[in-house]
Design a binder for this molecule. Structure first.
Ligand code: PMP
Length: 285
């Protein structure tokens, strides 16, 4: 069965779902998006994703032409229309069709696109054995230029980081901020375990406020762990007992090697494993 894609209130067959080449989402990366998971027919933390979408839109002065309640309803309708119980949703709001100039005021209507699809998961071996990652030379966007808190359609900063990581044979890459502190990976947040404390960079390190990050912080506190949002250096990563990444698509994925330094004993650690288990229970219950 072909997928049904939502564009501005209508469902189209995948082959018929088309957007203008004059859309500023395409011409300039002018728009915002969300990536969400569906578990057992339910969208995980939909309200939080919508809140982040609205915040991103506000930051780029884009008015979403629906209320959060209306958009939530349309997301659920799209998921049901495609009969997807476990999968992934891409929600996109573009500035819309404009002229070839930058002027966003010449874009008449923002376009809302919802794609609900099956998810291409990382291979199981990544979770069993853990990832090796490298720090890349591309720094994360300077927050005063384009805040990493905005989940915008312009992902070139992350893509350049990803290309560097791939060149080193890694599927994910660690990005530092303009001050040389640990920020996040190209599409995931980063956590360390050090002396039984869970450490992660604060939002003002210039990172996306990951929905999975938030869920993991809550789960860790419930488990009685001390969680600290503190600025971290590469050195902190190298000497950590455990390291893992979080994201809607990846969920929790252990990291066992960074810049050729073995993390802990080179195997996914017990606290990572416990949090994976708790996250699995939270999402699949
Ligand atoms: N950082 C970046 C740069 C991301 O693109 C993402 C989402 N893919 C994340 C972190 C993780 O965020 P979330 O848990 O909300 O998916």
């Amino acid at each position: 069965m072909s997928l049904k894609i939502y564009i501005n209130g209508h469902l189209f067959e995948k082959e018929e779902a088309k957007i203008s080449v004059y859309d500023h989402g395409l011409l300039y990366g002018d728009g915002v998006f969300e990536g969400m998971r569906i578990y057992n027919g339910k969208v995980f933390r939909l309200e939080q994703h919508l809140e982040r979408l609205w915040n991103s839109a506000k930051a780029i002065r884009l008015e979403v032409p629906l209320s959060p309640e209306e958009l939530a309803r349309d997301v659920v309708t799209t998921v049901r229309a495609n009969g997807i119980d476990n999968g992934y949703i891409r929600l996109v709001v573009t500035r819309g069709v404009g002229t070839l100039g930058l002027d966003p005021n010449k874009c008449a209507n923002p376009q809302i696109i919802i794609i609900a699809d099956h998810i291409e998961l990382y291979p199981q071996s990544f979770y069993d054995k853990g990832l090796e990652i490298v720090t890349v030379s591309t720094i994360r966007n300077h927050p005063a230029a384009l805040s990493p808190r905005i989940k915008s359609l312009n992902y070139l900063n992350n893509i350049l980081g990803k290309i560097e990581g791939q060149q080193a044979g890694c599927v994910e890459a660690l990005m530092l901020n303009h001050q040389g502190q640990v920020a996040e990976c190209t599409g995931d947040n980063i956590f360390l375990v050090s002396k039984r404390q869970l450490l992660t960079p604060p939002i003002d390190a210039g990172i996306l406020e990951g929905i999975t990050r938030e869920a993991v912080i809550e789960l860790a506190r419930e488990a009685g762990l001390v969680v600290r949002e503190v600025s971290l250096t590469k050195h902190d990563v190298y000497i950590a007992d455990e390291c893992f990444l979080t994201g809607s698509a990846a969920e929790i994925v252990p990291v066992v090697k960074v810049d050729s330094r073995i993390i802990g004993d080179g195997k996914p650690g017990p606290i990572t494993r416990d949090l994976e288990k708790r996250f699995h229970e939270l999402t699949r219950r």
